[in-house]
Design a protein around this ligand. Structure first.
Ligand code: FAD
Length: 469
């Protein structure tokens, strides 16, 4: 009997570990561990957990049709040994001969898998690990000197030159002979994460997800290069949500979009999928980014400001800067935020407020349905200039001119800040104009933009900059 340990790969189609475990048709058990203590330690909130619960319910039905019982168990404790011991006992009890799983690249997850594989080896159980989250096997996109590529453009070029080395899609797993073991998903009854934001309904079943993707392809893909920067439009795919829990295969997605008519929008969308791949490779090759450390060593010990009251104003969308507040309120309402606005709020926190990127990273981890460690870490380190191929330290978005460029009719702002509904759109283009229209129900700006901009440049200069690309 083979065991598949499911983690962030909650689907049937092109799921590498599941496919290969089922290939021998000797019988497969699927195991999922609910680990709230572990997730808490990693700052996950209830949104992502609630999403996982919903997806597990539909997944168990799909697995049942393949005669693959799904066993779901809840584990207390946040130690590596808690999970390792559980899986080892499970393997003994069910007389499992081979364990299959898809790699997780985060530091503690990969350490856990390494320890488990070592211990199982001693007991004669083989483990098979797959790069299911990636388009290319880890470590293939390298420089000519076989070094990791830490700048996105060469990484992307190399990826395009290696398309024939992309991991092959595998389709659905083989049907197993009906066995006596029944699924056991009772643990779901006592685990009730209630999402704190509105649950995105389009990922809960395949038809809805397909419809969402079709809608995006028909209406936005070919204009993606223009629409993607307009937060008032539903102009991006929101595919990050199913991707983050593996409810959709990255390779199938790539193939599907790649077959669409070529356009500048379609090309840019594929390029964004490579940003995801890029940050996963950064985590694999530079695991220190997964230990709370800046990618750039000279930014390791920055003396960030610690001020809970200020931080709460940012978290609650009460900074007095409309585009920042709209973004932070979208995050809480929808458990998702538009990419342009993610960059604006992240730069606001780390440069204008001079709070650490780790504070922002954790807050996003808590709220985002699409929370993904490497993309989130990459985004935060990009915005705070501490990361690889990051924005230069002196690049600081002006929260007023960003509105003029990307939300000129203030539609996005007014959607999330209804108290500003009567402010004329052009009044949002500068602090000076806005001052005359700001209703008393909306806070005054918490900082002086010009002063804080100058302070940030001094702050970063002081810590020395080696790479301003
Ligand atoms: C501070 C900050 C935090 C972020 N945190 C996350 C996170 O936790 N999870 C996450 O998936 N993305 C994160 N991103 C990247 C990006 O904002 C989201 O992937 C994107 O907004 C998701 O919406 P979408 O699926 O509609 O994107 P689309 O524009 O439709 O893009 C398609 C896909 O390309 C990938 N992609 C696009 N932009 C990026 C990017 N900059 N980095 C990596 N992959 C990208 C994603 O998989 C995305 O689903 C973060 C960005 C920033 C600046």
């Amino acid at each position: 009997m083979n065991l598949v340990w499911l983690r962030e790969d909650l689907r049937i189609d092109d799921q590498l570990a599941l496919y290969y475990a089922a290939e021998e048709k000797k019988g497969v058990i699927a195991l999922y561990l609910i680990t709230p203590d572990w997730w808490k330690k990693h700052h996950w909130g209830l949104n992502k957990q609630a999403l996982i619960k919903q997806v597990l319910i539909s997944l168990s039905e799909k697995l049942r049709k393949l005669n693959i019982p799904l066993i779901i168990k809840k584990i207390d404790g946040d130690k590596i040994s808690d999970q390792v011991n559980f899986v080892k006992n499970f393997i003994q009890n069910f007389k499992i001969s081979k364990l299959y799983f898809n790699r997780q690249y985060e530091v503690r997850e990969s350490k856990r898998d390494f320890i488990l594989a070592q211990q199982l080896k001693k007991e004669g159980v083989s483990t098979f690990a797959f790069d299911d989250q990636l388009l290319f096997p880890a470590g293939t996109i390298r420089s000519s000197l076989n070094k990791p590529l830490t700048i996105f453009t060469p990484f992307k070029k190399k990826a395009y030159s290696l398309l024939n080395q992309m991991i092959l899609s595998v389709g659905e797993p083989a049907l197993q002979l009906a066995g006596s073991l029944e699924s056991d998903i009772k643990a779901l009854d006592s685990w009730n994460p209630i999402s704190e934001s509105k649950m995105p309904d389009f990922i809960l079943n395949h038809d809805d997800l397909d419809r969402r993707l079709e809608h995006f392809i028909q209406h936005h893909l070919h204009f993606y290069d223009e629409h993607r920067d307009r937060p008032s439009l539903d102009g991006t795919s929101k595919i990050s949500i199913p991707l983050s829990i593996g409810a959709i295969s990255i390779r199938e997605l790539w193939k599907y979009i790649n077959l669409c008519k070529i356009s500048s929008g379609q090309q840019m969308f594929l390029s964004e999928l490579l940003w995801r791949e890029f940050y996963k490779n950064i985590l694999i090759d530079f695991p220190h980014v997964g230990k709370d450390q800046s990618f750039k060593a000279n930014y390791k010990d920055l003396s960030w400001i610690v001020d809970q009251k200020e931080l709460d104003l940012w978290k609650n969308g009460q900074t007095g800067f409309p585009i920042v507040d709209a973004g932070m309120r979208q995050l809480k309402h929808e458990g998702w935020m538009h990419n342009r606005v993610r960059m604006i709020v992240a730069m606001f926190l780390t440069k204008l407020m001079l709070h650490s990127w780790q504070e922002g990273e954790q807050h996003f981890a808590y709220w985002l349905f699409d929370y993904d460690f490497s993309a989130n870490n990459g985004g935060w380190q990009w915005s705070s200039s501490t990361g690889t191929d990051a924005a230069p330290y002196f690049r600081i978005f002006n929260p007023w001119t960003q509105i003029e460029r990307f939300d000129p009719q203030a539609l996005y702002i007014k959607k999330y800040l209804p108290e500003l509904i009567n402010v004329p759109e052009k009044a949002f283009y500068s602090e000076e104009k806005f001052r005359n229209y700001r209703p008393s129900s909306y806070p005054a700006p918490m900082i002086d933009y010009e002063k804080c901009r100058a302070r940030a440049i001094e702050f970063f200069k002081k810590h020395g900059v080696s790479d301003e690309s």
